[in-house]
Design a protein around this ligand. Structure first.
Ligand code: SAM
Length: 289
């Protein structure tokens, strides 16, 4: 068995041998806990049929185990200083493709087309916190062929993505993610599992892409405007929050008529609305606009 990279001893050895310095701007916190890596691999249900895209491989701690379980791994890393390190730490594996790019700028659809004949891939990542939401939304909005996204994110963000209506964590992020995917919390990960230690706790969440397009509204843009409008002033009734937000391009009268048509009490708060109710409201409003 090849030595695991995700231990404090091995990670420090690699960093010292290469005189590597951590780049704060790239959110570099490397995992040094093999149990957490094992939980990510089993949570993502990686099998030897899978092609996996890893975002931000770092020094290869997670990449190594992905390569051992998957058919193929495409690892996208922004920091060019990590490429020679990865070439060395991952030398024993012949099923890894390293891509030195910024994941936010690269055409992921083209990578999937080239590396997996356009067939769905699984995405796995320990993400830099400052780009968590843009990366996840890019994957879903650009309709990249993916089966699931299993990611380490800030604990609060994971809880917001996973939240149900009527809870304090429920909001625009919950609905944006749950519109595209079913969510499942895989593990909570304390700060001492990383070098350097981040200031916040983390969690791994699995987002499994929905295949049921029956749940889509006629007009996605309108539905997302309604969601943003409903949460613009959380403490207000949905009708006042939406009408005062300046986000929804419809008069208060039209919004009231659409709520009535959808069978929704306008005095409710947005935070009690299910995704299905936002879809129904959006379709009713579109009818009368
Ligand atoms: N996967 C490694 C681990 O678990 O130890 C490293 C995780 S570290 C939190 C985030 C990684 O993402 C770093 O290697 C960083 O250089 C890389 N990264 C940051 N921004 C990126 C971007 N825009 N595109 C691709 N990789 C990025």
């Amino acid at each position: 068995m090849i030595e695991r990279i995700a231990t404090t001893k091995k990670t420090k050895e690699i960093i010292n041998n290469h005189a590597f310095t951590f780049q704060k701007r790239f959110g570099q916190n490397f995992l040094v806990d093999t149990h957490v890596i094992d939980k990510i691999i089993s949570g993502a249900r990686i099998s030897d049929d899978d092609a996996v895209i890893e975002i931000g491989p770092g020094i290869g701690s997670l990449t190594q185990l992905l390569a051992e379980h998957a058919k193929k791994v495409i690892a996208i890393e922004i920091d060019k200083k990590l490429i020679p390190i990865l070439e060395e730490t991952l030398a024993p594996y012949d099923n890894i493709q390293l891509v030195n790019e910024d994941v936010l700028k690269v055409d992921i659809n083209r990578i999937v087309e080239k590396e997996n004949d356009g067939k769905p891939v699984k995405v796995v990542a320990n993400l830099p916190y400052y780009i968590t939401t843009p990366i996840i939304m890019k994957l879903f909005e650009e309709n990249v062929p993916i089966e699931s996204v299993t990611v380490m994110v800030q604990k609060e963000v994971a809880h917001r993505m996973n939240a149900v209506p009527g809870t304090k964590d429920y909001g625009t992020l919950s609905l944006a993610v749950q519109y595209y995917a079913d969510t499942e919390l895989v593990a909570n990960v304390p700060a001492n599992c990383f070098i350097p230690r981040p200031k916040v706790a983390s969690a791994v969440i699995k987002l499994t892409k929905k295949t049921d397009r029956d749940t889509a509204p006629e007009d996605e843009k309108l539905m997302f405007a309604l969601i943003k409008g409903a949460f613009a002033q959380r403490r207000k009734t949905v009708i006042n929050s939406m009408a005062n937000s300046g986000i929804v391009d419809a008069s208060k009268e039209k919004l009231l008529a659409a709520l009535e048509e959808a069978g929704i009490d306008p005095k409710r708060r947005g935070e009690t609305f299910t995704l299905k109710e936002f879809i129904r409201l959006s379709d009713c409003l579109r009818e009368i606009m």
